[in-house]
Write a protein that binds this ligand. Structure first.
Ligand SMILES: [Zn+2]
Length: 62
């Protein structure tokens, strides 16, 4: 599943959001830090660099 990297222009916070396969990408990104709704998509995070790295989710996508 793609993980999008979002940047909040209001507070400068960068955060990652998991987008379910086949799901519509939300038009509004709400910043978890300041609740701002102007988040911008910087790009897609590849590889193991996602919020669940190290968690027990290895049984995926074999
Ligand atoms: Zn923010």
């Amino acid at each position: 599943m793609p993980v999008l990297l979002i940047a909040c222009p209001d507070c400068g916070h960068e955060y990652r959001t998991l987008v379910a396969e086949g799901a519509r990408v939300p038009a509004v990104w709400v910043c978890p830090s300041c609740k701002g709704r102007d988040g911008e998509v910087l790009g897609e995070v590849m590889g193991t660099d996602h919020p669940w790295a190290g968690a027990s989710m290895d049984a995926c996508c074999g």
